[in-house]
Design a protein around this ligand. Structure first.
Ligand code: SAM
Length: 340
């Protein structure tokens, strides 16, 4: 998306030119002025018939503003798609960006216009590709359910908190709602620790520790081959290969003992993996245990996990909500400390 016209003026004449163009209602405020050597390029709704005395200007290529849209993407999409009023109202006011991939949830009534909508939002958000969510995560490897509606798709790099995550948003889960938990992991002092990430993904929770937490060693298992490939790429992007070992296997095959910390970031029957986690720990090991919990059942869940699934061998250090998961449940995290 670019403005209809652009004007090049000397930087010294920027102020008087801008005053005039704003007064004449010609400035396209959805784009920022771009500096070019000793000149500036001003985005316009249309070329002015005249300019104030003393201001010299010439028409510039508006293409310079490609990827520089800074207005409201929703407003841009309304304008660009040209949809009629009943459909306009259904356009999404929220979206997710994973690297340069845009993820949209569309009302079913908009699906036949998915390409135009994807293209308009992508232009406004400087995205390379746009996907439409088709449903919830699928299967035990938690694969996204999405359709590419605009662009070529494929690999992208998502930068968050100084960590580069390499992934294909259509084949690897990346939840922006887990942001606070990823940040939380990065703020823990893990100096000298040996850490196991049992459900690594692309290192969503352990890469922030590798980058910020000074661990001695991280061992991460990821069972899905495709996700594992992106985990390796993420390791390389963050230059952590000397301390981070990734294994393309089921975590129950890991041969590790006496580790300091275990991360269990998974929501499908995570409790069934607790005995394996306990076998890899020792007195003092901390386990970050995640599950989906029904509203109002949090205390009961905590007791069930501690007493029944860990046979009283742990104590609960803290419990927190990571995010709302469904109308009836939350994604919860329980920090456990091994007692014996
Ligand atoms: N732990 C990350 C987080 O919390 O953001 C990633 C979560 S992702 C939903 C869970 C990952 O665990 C998926 O990539 C899946 O392929 C992997 N996984 C599932 N079962 C596994 C198992 N038994 N062993 C190793 N990886 C497994």
């Amino acid at each position: 998306m670019v403005p209809s016209a652009a004007l090049l003026v000397a930087a010294g004449e920027r102020k008087s030119a801008m005053q005039y163009l704003i007064g004449a209602g010609l400035l396209d405020q959805r784009f920022r002025v771009v500096a070019r050597g000793g000149d500036v390029v001003i985005p316009l709704k249309e070329m002015p018939a005249e300019l104030p005395e003393g201001v010299e200007a010439r028409q510039a290529d508006a293409g310079i503003f490609e990827g520089r849209y800074s207005g409201d993407p929703y407003a841009a999409a309304v304008m660009e798609t040209g949809l009629d009023e009943p459909l306009r109202k259904l356009l999404p006011k929220k979206w997710e960006m994973v690297g340069r991939s845009l993820i949209l949830k569309l009302d079913p009534g908009l699906l036949e216009h998915a390409f135009e909508i994807g293209r308009a939002y992508a232009a406004a958000l400087n995205a390379e590709s746009a996907y439409v969510v088709l449903g919830r995560m699928r299967g035990k490897y938690r694969k996204p359910s999405m359709r590419l509606v605009y662009g070529k798709g494929g690999e992208t790099v998502h930068r968050e908190n100084g960590v580069d995550y390499v992934l294909d948003a259509a084949s690897v889960m990346f939840s922006s709602s887990n942001h606070d938990e990823r940040i939380r992991m990065s703020t823990m002092d893990c100096t000298g620790e040996t850490i196991v990430d049992m459900f690594a993904g692309i290192g969503h929770l352990s890469m922030p520790i590798a980058v910020h937490g000074s661990p001695a060693r991280i061992i991460a298992s990821e069972a899905d081959t495709d996700t594992f490939m992106y985990l390796k790429k993420t390791m390389e992007a963050n230059s952590v290969s000397s301390i981070y070992t990734a294994v393309n296997a089921d975590n129950r095959e890991l041969d590790v003992a006496d580790c300091d910390r275990i991360i269990m970031g998974y929501l499908e029957g995570t409790r069934d993996y607790l005995q394996k986690a306990l076998s890899m720990g020792r007195k003092g090991t901390v386990i970050h245990f995640h599950e989906e919990v029904r509203h109002g059942m949090e205390e009961e869940w905590r007791r069930l996990i501690v007493d029944r699934y860990c046979c009283g061998r742990v104590r609960a250090v803290s419990m927190r909500k990571v995010k709302g998961y469904s109308a009836l449940s939350d994604h919860m995290a329980l920090d456990l400390e091994v007692l014996d």
